[in-house]
Design a protein around this ligand. Structure first.
Ligand SMILES: O=P(O)(O)OC[C@H]1O[C@H](OP(=O)(O)OP(=O)(O)O)[C@H](O)[C@@H]1O
Ligand SMILES: Nc1ncnc2[nH]cnc12
Length: 179
């Protein structure tokens, strides 16, 4: 394990039975409160985005905003928020999906993505892969190309990678940590 992985892992807190019984919640707030860990994470995500040739970064609400926005600034590309339904004021594309603990619908401003864009999706956790998969559908429906998905942490036992890899169609799934 490299130094950065140890640092990031040490700043993620396990919270049992949150938000529902049986879920082990991975809380990234201690990592965000540590500027050295947050900077190392931002640099790693930005580096993956630059290497993938991404021209835009999509962040998935809400924790994907916290990680994706500084990574976009660092990478020198635009940041596009994919939000839970009903939060964006303009014309949107919508996609429904299932979560580890519920179901939801995400949206993007239709005008934010177009043919010629190459998009890296950033989020904190890959669990079942439902959120990320839905975001890939939105990106492609907008006419843009998927550069990859980059997450801080993959929960391997939930099978998100197996779900997402076919949907990625050859683009990389990068997880800085796997548990
Ligand atoms: O791989 P999946 O099973 O789709 O789960 C992963 C998603 O779930 C969490 O977000 P959540 O919807 O809880 O929203 P939040 O970031 O606003 O807390 C997490 O931040 C990912 O976006
Ligand atoms: N166990 C978990 N911890 C943190 N975020 C999540 N999103 C989905 N499952 C999660």
């Amino acid at each position: 394990m490299t130094g950065i992985k140890e640092l990031l892992l040490s700043r993620i807190r396990d919270v049992a039975d949150y938000p529902t019984p049986g879920v082990m919640f991975k809380d990234i707030t201690p990592l965000l409160a540590d500027p050295a860990a947050f900077a190392a994470l931002t640099d790693a995500l930005a580096d993956l985005s630059v290497r993938s040739g991404a021209t835009k970064i999509v962040g998935l609400e809400a924790r994907g905003f916290i990680l994706g926005a500084p990574a976009a600034l660092r990478a020198g590309v635009g940041f596009i928020p994919v939000r839970k339904a009903g939060k964006l004021p303009g014309a949107t594309l919508s996609q429904a999906y299932d979560l580890e603990y519920g179901s939801a619908e995400i949206e993007v401003h239709a005008e934010d993505l177009a043919a010629g864009d190459r998009v890296m999706v950033i989020d904190d956790v890959l669990a079942t892969g439902g959120t990320a998969e839905a975001s890939l559908r939105l990106i492609r429906r907008a006419g843009a190309e998927v550069a990859g998905v980059a997450v801080l942490m993959e929960l391997g036992f939930l099978g998100g990678r197996e779900r997402l890899v076919p949907a990625l169609d050859g683009a990389p799934l990068e997880a800085l940590l796997t548990v």
